[in-house]
Design a protein around this ligand. Structure first.
Ligand SMILES: O=P(O)(O)OP(=O)(O)OP(=O)(O)OC[C@H]1O[C@@H](n2cnc3c(O)ncnc32)[C@H](O)[C@@H]1O
Length: 175
């Protein structure tokens, strides 16, 4: 099976490969594609749209069976600002399959900076005094003391996508 991944961010590419490795043999292509939403999604809906758009664009660009998109965002709730993550898998014949990843509360001052127009990736680099947190442990890795990093979080999310996809392709379960 040939699978296109709509990003070249190593945390996401490695996560998809890891998730699929245990179940099916596949060939992967990672391509940078437009998410079709803001660089910093600020709602679940926008983040889901970004994931779906990336999956679609990757599938079309690579001319393969399956496209996968993963997108990170921040949502504002009455309880504070949460990191959110969404993914989508598209095969061109059925509706996109969507799944959400782990959520953790962000420090209020960081959430406010994001809602005032900064990207979380830049905010995290400044906060940690590190370079490229987004392509390494991610905000989730920083705020869980490295116990769950961004690749692990996206691996779990990718397993949710693959599992649902396999379920949907079993006869009678197509949507
Ligand atoms: O190369 P791509 O696939 O675009 O990966 P990205 O990390 O830059 O982009 P996302 O669309 O996943 O996330 C949107 C923004 O939120 C930031 N972001 C999301 N989750 C993050 C995390 O866990 N740690 C740091 N930044 C994060 C990210 O850096 C972007 O600025």
């Amino acid at each position: 099976m040939k699978i296109a991944i709509g990003t070249t961010n190593p945390t996401k590419v490695n996560a998809v490969k890891e998730a699929f490795a245990s179940l099916i043999s596949a060939e992967f292509q990672a391509v940078s594609v437009a998410s079709g939403v803001a660089e910093q999604p600020l709602s679940d809906e926008e983040t889901i749209s970004g994931a779906i758009n990336r999956a679609n664009a990757a599938r079309l660009e690579c001319d393969v069976t399956i496209g996968i998109g993963l997108e990170g965002g921040v949502v504002k709730t009455k309880m504070g600002y949460f990191l959110c993550n969404w993914g989508a898998i598209i095969d061109g014949n059925n509706e996109p399959i969507v799944a959400g990843g782990s959520r953790i509360l962000l420090p209020t001052e960081l959430g406010e900076q994001v809602f005032n127009g900064k990207e979380l990736g830049d905010v995290m680099d400044e906060y940690t005094n590190q370079h490229n947190v987004r392509q390494n442990e991610g905000a989730i890795g920083i705020f869980t003391s490295g116990y769950v990093n961004r690749t692990e979080m996206f691996t779990h999310l990718s397993k949710l996508l693959l599992g649902q996809y396999l379920f949907s392709t079993q006869s009678g379960n197509e949507n």
